[in-house]
Design a protein around this ligand. Structure first.
Ligand SMILES: Nc1nc2c(c(CN[C@H]3C=C[C@H](O)[C@@H]3O)cn2[C@@H]2O[C@H](COP(=O)(O)O)[C@@H](O)[C@H]2O)c(=O)[nH]1
Length: 369
């Protein structure tokens, strides 16, 4: 084509753009909500009760207002890193390794015998055992947030990791070998693509939360929490740890600096084993009799199986419906799926502490949550 001939293809693209049919710099989407709705529409073992959701939304909103729930609530937890103390890069590195390993703390043992970490004079279990062990390692001069360390097969051995996550009971931290594999893989990817530092990964997302979730899922197998569901051609994306990593950055930095994301509201609830439990407790979701029985009997649900996928995806969709109900009643609220999720998680943990849990959480041993 000579210089003075018009580029018809480009003209067609520009015309589409001017007609609003084409946005040239497509904003990224994670596809999580779309997949969650698809699973919900095809679920027979998990259902959502709209009346309970409306009632729960009102009660949750009132309590979140009363507790002044905000991103700042995150830093108020005594074990979470304070970016003013360890610096912005240090906080990003801490959150990256924390959410790289943020999975599967539940135990079959009694409260007294379950895996627990002693730190700052307290006994920490569940998610908090992870955070406590990471803080303790840093206090002991173990560079647990440094990707060079994760790759060093002499220094970072399974025995060293066993020491980092040592328990004050006889039960070892679950999936220790899998956690080491996650560290090795993440160290390798950060070395190959992000000059060994997680801050470069965050900056590569150019301020997009969905973009950062997609980078994590694309570059790190151990963040690629997506699974087949029935006959659907493309896998259903849950991306729980990728999304909670973005949410923890946003909360820790209170929406600024490394926590500034223009599309943070695209992040959904994090499909773990705790929020489905509180949603079931509130009557927002309910199970088919066989699934209800399996959960009540604390039977293991197969990872990636239909029951587990329905549970995780319908919980995501249920929290989205709660969020829409709250936004409808209170336009302009700052409440998004992240703050709703944090509140729901903290609520079920308060119930656990008070011994008032009325239904068990489901049991799936998995590196995804
Ligand atoms: N959906 C959702 N899942 C969450 C969290 C958190 C902690 N987030 C902190 C940050 C802000 C909040 O205010 C929390 O203080 C951990 N988990 C997941 O739960 C499981 C651990 O359970 P348990 O063994 O009982 O501690 C495990 O899969 C873990 O990945 C959350 O917030 N949302």
């Amino acid at each position: 084509m000579s210089d003075d001939e018009p580029d018809l293809e480009l003209l067609a693209l520009l015309r589409q753009h001017l007609q609003g049919k084409l946005t040239l710099n497509e904003e990224p989407e994670t596809g999580v909500l779309e997949g969650a709705e698809y699973v919900y529409d095809n679920s027979i073992d998990v259902s959502i009760d709209m009346r309970s959701c409306k009632n729960a939304a009102a009660a949750i909103y009132a309590q979140m207002q009363q507790k002044a729930y905000s991103p700042a609530t995150w830093a108020s937890h005594e074990l979470h890193p304070d970016r003013r103390a360890i610096g912005d890069e240090g906080a990003v590195a801490f959150i990256f390794v924390m959410d790289l390993l943020n999975f599967s703390f539940w135990s079959e043992r009694s409260e007294a015998e379950r895996f627990a970490v002693e730190y700052r004079g307290k006994r920490w279990t569940g998610y908090w055992s992870l955070v406590a062990a990471l803080q303790r390692a840093l206090d002991e001069g173990i560079p647990i947030t440094d990707s060079h360390f994760w790759q060093d097969e002499e220094e970072c051995t399974l025995d060293v990791l066993r020491h980092v996550f040592r328990s004050c009971t006889n039960e070892e931290m679950p999936l220790l070998a899998e956690r080491l594999a996650c560290l090795r893989e993440a160290g390798q990817v950060l070395y190959e693509k992000y000059q060994c530092h997680a801050v470069n990964l965050v900056e590569a997302a150019n301020g997009s939360a969905a973009g950062l979730v997609n980078l994590l899922a694309r570059d790190f197998k151990c963040f690629r929490d997506e699974h087949r569901f029935q006959g659907r051609r493309e896998p259903v994306r849950i991306l729980k740890r990728a999304q909670i990593l973005v949410a923890d950055l946003w909360a820790c930095f209170e929406g600024e600096d490394y926590g500034e994301f223009r599309d943070i509201d695209k992040i959904t609830m994090f499909a773990d084993y705790r929020v489905p439990q509180i949603l079931r407790t509130l009557g927002c979701i309910s199970y088919s009799p066989p699934l209800e029985t399996a959960i009540q009997r604390k039977q293991n649900l197969a990872q990636g199986g239909s029951w587990e996928m329905q549970l995780r995806a319908c919980s995501i969709w249920c929290v989205e419906l709660l969020r829409r109900e709250i936004v409808k009643k209170h336009p302009g609220t700052h409440i998004n799926a992240i703050l709703l999720d944090f509140f729901l998680y903290d609520t079920i943990k308060e119930m656990e502490k008070a011994g008032t849990e009325s239904v068990p959480h489901h049991r799936t041993r998995s590196i995804w949550y």
